[in-house]
Design a protein around this ligand. Structure first.
Ligand SMILES: NC(=O)c1ccc[n+]([C@@H]2O[C@H](COP(=O)([O-])OP(=O)(O)OC[C@H]3O[C@@H](n4cnc5c(N)ncnc54)[C@H](O)[C@@H]3O)[C@@H](O)[C@H]2O)c1
Length: 318
């Protein structure tokens, strides 16, 4: 019998790619999404996909959905610096309550869970790869941007508490800059923002000096990892970075986008995006050894192909 997977946040960038991966394995997807940043149109049209519009903070709804599935990919969260800064209490409450609901009901029903955490729990770094064996540490709590990391770190701690006390089978994946054609520029994500600017013939704007680095992973590769971790590649109680160890400076990213879209477009420096008090993260780079050991999978989608797919979709929807 085909497995049915509950995908919270399934209408979003990573969630919709996970749904596609589930279908490719002949499974069925039960999607729970409040459509705050995701779109139903991101889901494949397929009778094996069932969408419920609702919130992971709705305890009864989560309970009934968990009971109807064989495993849970918990990806729902308020995403994007802009959202976290504009609605910090709402984003944090949803993160804490929603994750607690999912973990508690999954533990009670004995369903395995993948929980989406973030590289933000590592805070800033000197550019060396960050390993799961090291401590987490972000910024001072009066810097609101860190409430997102604090919510995810609390979710991780809850996941391991449920694993320890109730035997919950859980894999916690810390995503590092996942991007792709379905990522909206509205939350401030850099690749779709650069693509949108270049397509409009406007200057590509860089905040800071452009020497900050990121490692980008295509959502399709991220989904493959989620699938493999859910499919038993991970032992219960696994913590793993999910990313590609291939840093690029933001200036070089801007040049790549410019060269692929329109070589005449200018690249310009801009003032800090979220005001002078905003604490930027200079570098984010994953140590991927545990990821490769657990899943045996190396990312297949090159960054240029990710950018091209963003360009194709942005052109088609302009
Ligand atoms: N994209 C990245 O680089 C990245 C990095 C680190 C962590 N993550 C985590 O991965 C997960 C997926 O992120 P994404 O990039 O696909 O973002 P996304 O915004 O595209 O997807 C999030 C989805 O969750 C839904 N959602 C939000 N709050 C909800 C709630 N309370 N109840 C139900 N649905 C809700 C949204 O409508 C959306 O469809 C998130 O948990 C995010 O924190 C992503």
């Amino acid at each position: 019998m085909s497995r049915r997977i509950l995908v919270t946040g399934g209408c979003g960038l990573i969630g919709s790619a996970v749904v596609e991966r589930i279908l490719a394995a002949n499974g069925r997807a039960l999607v729970l999404d409040n459509l705050s940043t995701g779109k139903p149109g991101n889901l494949p049209r397929d009778p094996r996909v069932e969408l419920t519009i609702g919130d992971v903070c709705d305890d009864a709804l989560v309970a009934s959905h968990v009971r109807r599935c064989d495993a849970v990919a918990h990806l729902a969260a308020g995403v994007g610096v802009r959202l976290v800064l504009s609605r910090p209490t709402g984003a944090l409450r949803q993160s804490l309550l929603g994750t607690e609901n999912v973990l508690r009901h999954a533990a009670a029903a004995r369903r395995p869970v993948f929980f989406a955490s973030t590289s933000e729990v590592y805070g800033d770094s000197d550019g060396a790869p960050r390993s799961e064996a090291g401590p987490v540490g972000f910024g001072a709590p009066d810097r609101l941007r860190f409430s997102y990391a604090a919510g995810k770190a609390a979710g991780e701690a809850l996941a391991f508490a449920y694993a320890h006390e109730y035997g919950l089978e859980v894999a916690v994946g810390r995503f590092f800059n996942v991007t792709g054609a379905r990522q909206s520029p509205d939350g401030g994500a850099v690749v779709p923002t650069f693509v949108r600017q270049a397509l409009a013939g406007a200057p590509i704007t860089i905040h800071g000096d452009g020497s900050q680095t990121r490692c980008f992973l295509d959502a399709r590769d991220a989904a493959e990892y989620v699938w493999r971790l859910l499919d038993g590649a991970a032992a219960p109680g696994t913590l793993v970075n999910i990313g590609r160890d291939d840093p690029i400076t933001i200036l070089d990213l801007a040049r790549r986008v410019r060269d692929l879209v329109d070589p005449r477009v200018k690249i310009e420096a801009a003032p800090p995006k979220y005001g002078a008090g905003f604490v930027p993260i200079r570098h984010r780079r994953p140590d991927v050894r545990r990821l490769l050991d657990l899943t045996g999978y190396a990312p297949r989608v090159p960054l240029d192909e990710t950018i091209r797919s963003c360009v194709r979709v942005a052109r088609a929807t302009r």
